[in-house]
Design a protein around this ligand. Structure first.
Ligand code: NAI
Length: 669
């Protein structure tokens, strides 16, 4: 008897689009009607099994005759042949659901499997919620699907998700797979009952209730998660076919839901980021050696980011004490990763060794890129760039991590303004995903292309910004801060404003965030740019004078007690509320504390949306989606609201998306 190999081959990621599913269905039908074939092996081309459904298809109105992966899976389920999934590389979403419908799953060691639909506000809608619990038990299935986490092949074997792991498939995939599976009886997952992994059968309501408890509130990022649990409940309570029907109905509900639309918007916006309209084609270079000037908070974090990406980095720091502090910080960070089991001792050591601290600028002569992260002072920065320009090889890129200062003014002290760019990391630089790439008026296409390539190598989400005060994120933050402080000046206590924003989905309220960043940061900005200052009163000055600088001094907009939450827990401070009343009275601001939570959210989100619209108008930001990404990845805007601009569009406040087609260009503000 013959084995038929069906290779999923739909570059680049073998997406199981409607069109491709129709083709696969024909192949399955052909195998079924061929009496010579007794076994069908699915495998994937292009270095993976499949990344799953095509996200673009979700947005289209389904054609009643269109075929999708559910039809392929149904044909496999009904089929008379033995089906085997031979998995090499990523096997995600619909790809894994197809494998679950097979009789056997064999994977190579390097493979990763997962059902990440929840990340797009969806649930696995091609049988995953019914088959996975039957295969690995309810708890493991819920854990995998609710977190959308991927499982490596050896762990997948332990969970019972796959039947065998092989080092590789070699040249003869059919032979390799057949020798890995034992027995030839058909073993359809659908015929099993959901296992409770050691719990008695009457524990089902308990398991389901626990799963709901694991999910965020339905209205605050948990909409899809609760529906997913409902689908798994159906796997317990209904016959297989009816469970599938329930899953399909819940999936349809989610596809049309606001949170999923928002999350899919982010998914696509992220893929747009590096497409720069009107940018002449340019060759991106690899960064093989990097330099950082300044071994402070940011410099050390940036150095770790390079080390994590396998790029050796030299940090210039004149202050010996600071070098010691930075070394401790780097060491502590890698040790923490080892303790958490995320790094081996050996790897941590290797990464630590790839960061060199010195006060000798000449060590940077052969660096491909040097990022300046010294004090936020134009004169200090200019001195640094003059030195760097004289030392770093002519083709090396010079970059500044400044939060607010003018990139062009710095570039002007060098003889290579075309190789000058802003690379604005966010604190902590080794953790925060956002990177703003700031183009100056002379920055060349090659420098931008290399910066984007570097951003990718550093595993950052890189967004292009014009050279305007505060770039995209901080400019919006200033307007947000002004509105938040403005509300408090009108008599709404900071703790209430924070609670309303947390309820909206922000990880942290604005005042807790100001306390974390330091009130001094806002005070300094206010000195440099009074028009960007927070509030209409003297509140920031007063806090600054009273050394209420935030968490670091134990007092800011809140008070902190070292014995409560390690001194990081914000405690309401009525002294600050009294101070707000005092400065408001001086400025003649009327008090109305009875502002509803919805009004707080409305005022703060509208401040962000207005600022974003202004940045688009001035062409500092290229696309509304770029702004959404900045605010989600850099400032904790709730992803299920899609970012401020998406939210403005969805709630009918400002429709910046309808202007998307407007010609885009690079403009310097
Ligand atoms: P920091 O004060 O922690 O570190 C600055 C370091 O630069 C100090 O260690 C200092 O000794 C060193 N330094 C000063 N002059 C130098 C010189 N001529 N050559 C070499 N090293 C020199 O400051 P931080 O927070 O790391 O900020 C650095 C830059 O990053 C600033 O431009 C800041 O605006 C920007 N930034 C800061 C963020 C933050 O949250 N802290 C976030 C994003 C950007």
């Amino acid at each position: 008897m013959a084995i038929k190999v069906i290779t999923l081959n739909n570059p680049p990621v073998n997406a199981l689009s409607f069109a491709y599913s129709a083709k696969l269905l024909e192949e399955v039908q052909a195998a079924e009607s061929d009496p010579a074939v007794d076994t069908v092996v699915f495998t994937g081309a292009n270095g993976l099994f499949s990344a799953g459904a095509d996200v673009n298809d979700f947005a289209t109105e389904p054609d009643p005759d269109a075929k999708n992966v559910r039809h392929v899976i149904a044909a496999v389920e009904r089929g008379k042949k033995v089906y085997i999934a031979a998995i090499d590389g990523n096997c995600m979403g619909g790809g894994l659901e197809l494998s679950l419908a097979c009789d056997y799953r064999v994977a190579t060691e390097r493979s990763k499997l997962g059902l990440p639909e929840i990340k797009l506000g969806l649930l696995p809608g091609a049988g995953g919620t019914q088959r996975l619990p039957r295969l690995v038990g309810a708890q493991d299935a819920l854990q995998m699907m609710l977190k959308g986490e991927t499982v490596k092949a050896p762990d997948a074997l332990k969970k019972g998700l796959i039947d065998a792991v092989v080092p590789s498939f070699g040249d003869d995939i059919a032979k390799s797979v057949m020798s890995a599976v034992t027995g030839d009886a058909k073993r359809r997952v659908s015929a099993k009952k959901v296992s409770l992994q050691g719990l008695p059968a009457n524990a089902v309501p308990f398991v389901i209730a626990q799963a709901h408890k694991m999910c965020p509130p339905e209205e605050n990022g948990g909409f899809a998660a609760h529906k997913l649990v409902d689908a798994v409940q159906a796997a317990f309570e209904l016959p297989f076919e009816r469970g599938l029907a329930r899953e399909a109905r819940l999936f349809e509900e989610l596809v049309r839901s606001q949170p999923s639309l928002a999350l899919r918007h982010i998914f696509f916006a992220e893929r747009e980021l590096s497409k720069i309209p009107n940018l002449p084609p340019a060759q991106a270079s690899d960064v093989k050696k990097a330099g950082v000037v300044g071994g402070g908070t940011m410099g050390a974090g940036i150095a770790i980011t390079f080390a994590n990406a396998g790029i050796p980095v030299t940090v210039i720091e004149p202050n010996a004490e600071q070098i010691e502090k930075a070394r401790q910080m780097v060491f502590g960070m890698f040790m923490y990763q080892v303790q958490k089991g995320r790094l081996t001792q050996e790897e941590a050591w290797k990464r630590g060794q790839s960061i060199v601290f010195t006060d000798d600028y000449s060590e940077l002569a052969d660096a491909d890129v040097v990022i300046e992260a010294v004090f936020e002072n134009m004169d200090v920065k200019k001195e640094v760039f003059k030195k760097l320009d004289a030392i770093v090889k002519p083709e090396g890129i010079l970059a500044s991590n400044t939060s607010t200062l003018d990139i062009d003014e710095m570039a002007a002290v060098t003889k290579r303004p075309e190789k000058f760019v802003g690379l604005h990391f966010f604190a902590p630089a080794n953790i925060m995903k956002l990177l703003e790439i700031v183009h100056g008026k002379d920055t060349s296409p090659e420098t931008l292309a290399t910066s984007f390539k570097l951003g990718k190598a550093l595993r950052k989400v890189a967004v292009l910004s014009g050279n305007a005060f505060g770039f995209i994120g901080n400019r919006m933050l200033f307007d947000y801060a002004r509105e938040a402080v403005g509300l408090a000046e009108e008599g709404v206590p900071p703790y209430r404003i924070d609670a309303a924003m947390k309820n909206f989905g922000f990880a942290m309220g604005p005042f807790a965030m100001f306390d974390l960043s330091g009130i001094d940061v806002f005070w300094h900005i206010q000195q440099a740019r009074p028009d960007m200052g927070a509030g209409r009163t003297k509140i920031v000055d007063r806090l600054y004078e009273q050394k209420r600088l935030g968490q670091k001094t134990g007092k800011g907009f809140y008070k902190y007690d070292p014995s409560v939450g390690k001194g990081r827990e914000a405690i309401r401070d009525e002294d600050v509320e009294a101070l707000f009343r005092e400065v408001a009275a001086e400025a003649g601001i009327a008090q109305h504390a009875d502002v509803a939570d919805e009004e707080i959210v409305r005022r703060l989100t509208h401040a962000l949306i207005d600022a974003g619209a202004d940045l688009l108008e001035k062409k500092v930001a290229l696309r509304p989606g770029d702004i959404d990404i900045v605010y989600i990845f850099g400032y904790g805007f709730p992803p299920h609201h899609g970012g401020p601009m998406w939210y403005g569009h969805e709630t009918g406040y400002k429709d910046v998306y309808s202007n998307q087609a407007k010609e885009k260009e690079l403009v310097h503000a």
